[in-house]
Design a protein. Structure first.
Length: 200
């Protein structure tokens, strides 16, 4: 027992020997860090702080419109736009065209001083179109040429009614009636129809 303790104490006091480690057993040192190829990031721009927005919709007050600022009725344009086309006139009915053809033939007969030839043509024109004022007007002239003032006035009054929308023809009929009343010796009615003609 004593011998074992002596051997242990001697080994503890003896100097330590360094043992060489082979190179293949040694751990190689870590490689040096490679330089980074990435470009340095640019410095961050300072964000511009926006002014605080007000909550809720921004409502502006409506402009005050005074009556004096409004355009007058005479200043407003009443002309229709150029794009709007005027409606085309309706074609005349065939019976009116046939009636006017007879009236034209009667006018030629009256121009030749032939009232007897014109009267039947004008009467036929009225049968075709009873609203043809030119036919009644032609009959008034034809009967006056024949010397019948009464019949001439009768047909002239019918032409007067149908010519209400045609001022030029109506004026001619008024003057015709004024002459007939003058021939009959009725100066008062003659003056009345002349005044009617003067207003047109």
């Amino acid at each position: 027992m004593f011998l074992i303790l002596a051997a242990v104490s001697l080994s503890a006091c003896a100097p330590k020997r360094y043992i060489a480690i082979p190179l293949e057993w040694q751990t190689p040192p870590p490689p040096p860090p490679k330089p980074s190829m990435e470009k340095p990031s640019p410095p961050m721009k300072q964000s511009v702080t926006e002014p605080p927005r007000t909550k809720g919709p921004v409502i502006k007050s409506a402009p005050e419109i005074r009556e004096m600022d409004l355009p007058k009725s005479s200043e407003t344009s009443t002309t229709p736009p150029a794009s709007q086309k005027k409606p085309e006139p309706e074609p005349e009915p065939p019976q009116h065209l046939a009636s006017m053809h007879l009236v034209d033939e009667a006018k030629s007969a009256l121009a030749q001083g032939k009232p007897d030839a014109a009267i039947p043509l004008l009467e036929q024109a009225i049968q075709v179109d009873v609203y043809n004022g030119d036919a009644f007007w032609g009959l008034a002239k034809a009967w006056r040429m024949k010397g019948s003032q009464t019949k001439a006035l009768e047909f002239a009054r019918k032409a007067e009614i149908l010519f209400q929308g045609e001022p030029a023809k109506l004026k001619e009929v008024y003057l015709f009636q004024a002459d007939l009343f003058k021939e009959k010796g009725d100066s008062q009615k003659a003056q009345l129809y002349r005044q009617k003609a003067g207003k047109l």
